[in-house]
Design a binder for this molecule. Structure first.
Ligand SMILES: [Zn+2]
Length: 247
């Protein structure tokens, strides 16, 4: 079991980070620690050093909340052999209505796409109300992509799957009808599990990496298969997608 997207360097975890990681070690096999800004990226690099073979880092830039994307690109350049992916990076139209600023997001996203291509790393995509544009921007590039927290349409999900990319299902499935519908169109071969901790907690409080088990329960019910088959497939996919060396 691998949570492929958790923000363990967010302030919510600061005081008890070692406790959270120790508990996660008892419950699951690994966590990919995501970052979305320069400062978070630096913290994530430090944290994963303490837990080799269990915590893995990705470096990215949130389209509406990040600061200093050039700093993040430099961090990627300096640490590309220490990280398992680029991201999250992408487009967020939910929080940005200004068309010029959306164009600005695209210019920055292209740089992260190119970084993933250059270092042969998978790209973790943040897309909120911007899934079609994100897909169009990566479709012809020579990269592997993960649509993190995918909440787009079923039709686009089909195109993403056909292209051989991954769809990462978050704990949103525990409380969202749309996601329960969506999961029926996502084959196990393309499925990854994530919590986006500390966000999207199934019981509306701080999410934790081991809550991917709750998602697996829901997915199993919706698909009429066993929870184990969901967890096994998602784990194998995570290892393959991020080339993880579990310890
Ligand atoms: Zn995230």
């Amino acid at each position: 079991m691998i949570d492929i997207h958790a923000h363990l360097c967010f302030p919510q975890f600061e005081k008890e980070i070692d406790k959270v990681v120790e508990r996660a070690k008892e419950e699951i096999d690994g966590v990919i620690v995501s970052s979305a800004s320069f400062d978070e990226g630096k913290k994530v690099l430090e944290l994963v050093k303490k837990y080799p073979g269990f915590l893995f880092a990705t470096l990215g830039y949130h389209p509406t909340e990040g600061t200093d994307y050039e700093g993040v690109l430099n961090l990627i350049e300096q640490n590309h052999d220490k990280i398992v992916g680029v991201g999250e990076a992408g487009l967020d139209y939910h929080w940005e209505e200004d068309l010029k600023k959306r164009d600005q997001q695209k210019l920055i996203f292209v740089k992260f796409i190119s970084a993933a291509e250059r270092y042969r790393l998978p790209l973790v995509i943040h897309s909120w109300d911007a899934e079609p544009d994100c897909f169009n921007m990566v479709n012809s590039r020579k990269i592997s992509c993960i649509f993190h927290c995918y909440s787009g349409s079923i039709d686009l999900a089909k195109s993403i799957i056909e292209r051989g990319f991954y769809i990462s299902m978050s704990t949103q499935i525990c409380f969202s009808k749309h996601h329960r519908k969506l999961i029926k169109s996502i084959p196990l071969e393309n499925l990854l599990l994530e919590t986006d901790s500390p966000f999207l907690g199934p019981e509306r409080h701080t999410n934790m990496p081991w809550n991917i088990k709750l998602s697996a329960d829901k997915i199993a019910t919706e698909k009429g298969i066993s929870k184990e088959s969901v967890l096994t497939a998602a784990k194998e996919n995570a290892i393959k997608a991020f080339n993880l060396k579990l310890g």
